[in-house]
Design a protein around this ligand. Structure first.
Ligand code: MTE
Ligand code: MO
Length: 232
């Protein structure tokens, strides 16, 4: 899956149906860390692996994990905006903080209940840069150089969509996409771009990384993809 060869929807769904097996076989949702944790949980009838410090999280990346510190972090906001802007970590922290507690749900079935997030509402950021009338969607890019995501402009203005720098009382850790990641709380995890490097306003939705492999562009939890139980 590293050569960029597109995989049809059927193949992806097949791998997901196989659950942890798909991950162990090196499916597209895997990373070395994910494989290790999944291998453990799939061979652990005692449930002891759920006591591991990952707290139910799987760490996903489609590249080698990129590194950026708060000091060298930059978020470029451009495209169809009035004021193209590059924000530092300090700029983000100087904006009004929004705190949210929400379950985090991956489309493959794992869920972490009641994660505490802190960050800047994307809506506030959009107000600060000014959105041009022709903008209808957003494209998120990761500084991993590969991962991308999308939202419609309406979705992006929801109060539960954050440019997040805080998680469970601390910073968003490197593994979880720090210093800054997206949190699109009402949608599956793949909509929340880690290691956020850029936000571009676009005339139309440009499907993101996983959406090219058949996942829903409108990835509402419980109402898309596999329609599992809505989060609590
Ligand atoms: N840059 C980047 N962002 C990403 C991913 C990724 O592989 N790379 N995986 C997505 C998926 S499928 C999920 S479920 C969540 C996982 O977040 P976590 O690694 O903090 O658990 O990140 C999303 N954002
Ligand atoms: Mo995911």
């Amino acid at each position: 899956m590293t050569d960029g060869t597109p995989v049809g929807r059927r193949v992806v769904l097949g791998m997901l149906g196989a659950g942890a097996l798909g991950v162990l076989a090196g499916g597209p949702l895997s990373s070395v860390a994910t494989r290790a944790v999944s291998a453990l949980s799939s061979h652990d009838p005692t449930g002891v692996s759920s006591l591991l410090p990952t707290g139910g999280w799987r760490i996903y990346t489609v590249t080698d994990e990129p590194t950026r510190t708060p000091a060298d972090y930059r978020l470029a906001v451009g495209g169809l905006v009035e004021k193209p802007t590059t924000l530092t970590f300090a700029d983000l922290q100087a904006m009004p903080v929004t705190r949210l507690t929400r379950d985090f749900q991956c489309v493959t079935g794992w869920r972490v209940p009641k994660v505490h997030w802190a960050g800047v509402r994307l809506a506030d950021l959009l107000d600060a840069v000014g959105v041009q009338p022709s903008a209808k969607a957003l494209r998120f890019t990761s500084f991993d150089g590969v991962y991308t995501e999308s939202l419609t402009l309406d979705q992006s203005r929801r109060p539960d969509v954050l440019v997040a720098y805080g998680m469970d009382g601390g910073p968003v850790s490197h593994d979880h996409g720090g210093p800054v990641r997206m949190l699109v709380a009402p949608m599956y995890g793949y909509k929340s771009c880690k290691w956020l490097g850029g936000i571009q306003l676009t005339p139309t939705v440009i499907p993101g990384y996983w959406e090219q492999y058949g996942y829903a562009v409108d990835g509402w939890v419980g109402r898309s993809n596999f329609r599992d139980d809505p989060p609590t």
